[in-house]
Design a binder for this molecule. Structure first.
Ligand code: GLA
Length: 381
């Protein structure tokens, strides 16, 4: 097992599996980090640019072949046993989707039993679904002694989440969780699939998060609606990517005003993501923070995916000395806020954010390497 995977959490995943499924052969284990978008939210499905990091909160899994023909997944006190791997509306949907996605790619994946242990809050906009699916995929590949390229692993994980589990996600989360470099942010161009690493330039500037405790569901109707509005607007204007949008094009179009707002968000947000990468390269904290706050305002006013609780936490963070900017992360409709803050401002910022949402959990979000770096035995070049 690679030494940089978190051994304590992996040990908990193994214990969870054995408590639920009884003793058995040594499981294969894996760990996948979560994702925090810096700037570039709700643009991956519109061919936009995203600047994001993988974070040191994540999900550990232990997986083994079932001695019976029963699928089993255990996480904390929740245990689900099933006869099939297809979606049934429980935690098994995400845990077993990789079995079907990898079988579709020709791997002889057996019926599996999985134990899960997580430090990443679920439903908080930090890509917990992608982290779980990538971790299970990695563990299953280890079980089989098989390998995949990073691109193929991301494609399998996306197919598992979107096509099998039925979550209408874009390509962002899987790419961040797998491809993030060690100590750097990832600038992902979702039009071409190209990516660039931008090193995190500061030792004294942190990302802190606060989970408002109001949880979104990325499979929910509002996320689907935003996608549909955005995609229908792009189609009506005859452009394949939000990178081809211009104000004049949107102004002149005979489109529904809501659709125009969505287009203005994806156009501006993708440009901001490129500017944010430049700010990170220059080590310009104020500029990156300003772009994060501008991203939040656009998600709130134009894409309409924020909530009063998220807005209150953002305002509370921005009022703290040393905070350069803050924004909701992920799909929205609840979840977490991330703030860019100096080390000395971090504790006051965490307190202010938590207080603004009635005691939400706070954490530091440290840029971390993705699975392609951590699991070199599974993810080949
Ligand atoms: C969710 C989806 C991603 C992306 C974000 C919003 O995390 O899974 O594909 O659309 O929301 O940026």
């Amino acid at each position: 097992m690679p030494t940089r995977e978190p051994h304590d959490l992996i040990a908990t995943a193994i214990r969870t599996l054995e408590d639920a499924g009884g003793p058995g052969p040594a499981p294969a284990t894996a760990w996948a980090p979560g994702r925090c978008t810096l700037v570039g939210e709700h643009v991956d499905y519109a061919g936009g640019n995203v600047l994001c990091v993988a974070v040191d909160l994540g999900i550990a899994v232990a997986a083994r072949a079932s001695a019976t023909s029963r699928y089993l997944v255990a996480s904390g006190d929740t245990v689900v046993a099933r006869s099939g791997a297809g979606p049934e509306g429980d935690i098994g949907d995400r845990a077993f989707a990789p079995v079907l996605a990898l079988r579709e790619r020709g791997f002889a994946v057996p019926v599996i039993e999985v134990g899960i242990a997580a430090t990443l809050p679920s439903g908080a906009g930090l890509a917990s679904s992608a982290a779980l699916i990538v971790a299970v995929s990695t563990a299953v590949l280890r079980l089989l002694g098989a390998t995949l390229t990073a691109r193929d692993l991301a494609a399998a994980a996306l197919a598992a989440e979107r096509d099998i589990a039925g979550i209408p996600c874009g390509p962002l989360d899987q790419r961040a969780v797998i491809d993030a470099a060690d100590g750097g942010a990832l600038l992902l161009d979702c039009r071409t699939g190209d990516e660039t690493t931008v090193p995190w330039p500061w030792a004294d500037v942190l990302l802190v998060g606060c989970d408002t405790g109001t949880h979104h569901d990325v499979g929910g109707a509002e996320y689907r609606r935003r996608r549909k509005e955005t995609e229908s607007g792009l189609k009506a204007l005859g452009v394949a990517s939000c990178q081809d949008l211009r104000d004049a094009l949107i102004d002149a179009a005979a489109l529904d005003l809501t659709v125009k707002r969505r287009l203005r968000h994806v156009m501006g947000e993708s440009v901001r993501a490129g500017e944010a990468a430049e700010a990170l390269r220059r080590g310009d904290v104020a500029a990156l923070g300003g772009l994060m706050s501008a991203s939040h305002q656009s998600l709130r006013g134009l894409h309409e995916v924020s909530t009063p609780a998220l807005d209150a936490v953002v305002r509370a963070a921005e009022a703290v000395a040393g905070c350069a900017g803050a924004r909701m992360v992920g799909a929205g409709f609840g979840g977490a806020v991330a703030a860019l803050v100096t080390r000395t401002g971090a504790d006051p910022c965490r307190r202010a954010m938590s207080a603004a949402c009635g005691g939400g959990r706070t954490f530091e979000l440290r840029p971390s390497p993705g699975v392609a770096v951590l699991a070199r035995d599974v993810v080949r070049d």
